[in-house]
Design a protein around this ligand. Structure first.
Ligand SMILES: C[S@@+](CC[C@H](N)C(=O)[O-])C[C@H]1O[C@@H](n2cnc3c(N)ncnc32)[C@H](O)[C@@H]1O
Length: 229
């Protein structure tokens, strides 16, 4: 992986070539054609490839880190929903020597200095499995957990919130005092009851849309800073 990071502003400031159009092809759905066209015209996709990042999503972590200094002096980090490994690989490069534990339903290519386990975080006892991989209290819990979308907005929102809630409960169980937590949520933010719990558990809770998050996506992030043990 390239050593230099590239911030969102650097990516969007890059000159773009003419828009690539993709013709519809027999056997390819219109939604797939649109996806392909978007990938080919997305400067973050090109920049992630140029820098050797495993995912476009890496830029979201870079944006969040620039805004909140999440990775500064974080030595034990958990990455929930890690595949294909963009966030974990970036953290391993940014914080050498840190203990990084990552999990996902999907397998990933191994990353040096990252302990990875393929598992369902929503399965009973999953939190205990992750805890057993940790050497002590955690500085930062990251959750980019995202359900496979159904296209049915309220179902997708409920599933995203269930993943966020599970990640929050895990964070409360494993963070050191003053530790930090980030999770993917949907536009509209965290469900009211969960937000009340988060505000009790953390000094500061904010909802943010990183500049690198696609404007047409409903994805936002909740950033909770300063865990009160
Ligand atoms: C947006 S992707 C994560 C991208 C990652 N941050 C990166 O930069 O490479 C969301 C991930 O959440 C995972 N996921 C969703 N539900 C899960 C669950 N119940 N347990 C474990 N992983 C899950 C998906 O398999 C998917 O890989």
């Amino acid at each position: 992986m390239a050593k230099k990071k590239s911030s969102s502003s650097a990516v969007t400031g890059r000159t773009r070539g003419p828009k690539v159009r993709v013709k519809t092809a027999r056997g390819r759905k219109l939604s797939s054609t649109r996806w392909l066209e978007r990938q080919l015209n997305d400067p973050y996709v090109a920049e992630a490839r140029r820098l050797g990042y495993r995912s476009r999503a890496t830029f979201k972590l870079i944006d969040l880190d620039e805004q909140f200094e999440l990775l500064k002096s974080a030595k034990r980090i958990v990455d929930l929903g890690a595949a294909p490994g963009g966030w974990s690989a970036y953290v391993a490069q940014r914080n050498p020597g840190a203990e990084i534990v990552a999990i996902d339903l999907l397998e990933i290519e191994p990353i040096a200095d990252v302990q990875f386990k393929q598992m369902d975080f929503m399965a009973p006892g999953a939190d205990d499995v992750v805890k057993a991989m940790l050497g002590g209290p955690v500085d930062l819990v990251l959750s980019d957990l995202a359900p496979s979308t159904t296209g049915h907005k309220s179902t997708d929102a409920l599933r995203t919130m269930a993943l966020c809630e599970a990640a929050f409960l895990f964070a409360c169980d494993t963070l050191r005092p003053a530790g930090n937590f980030v999770a993917k949520v949907q536009r509209g933010g965290t469900d009211h009851e969960l937000l009340v719990q988060m505000r009790k558990a953390f000094k500061t809770v904010k909802h943010v849309k990183p500049p690198s998050s696609r404007s047409d996506s409903s994805e936002w992030f909740v950033v909770a800073l300063g865990f009160r043990r």
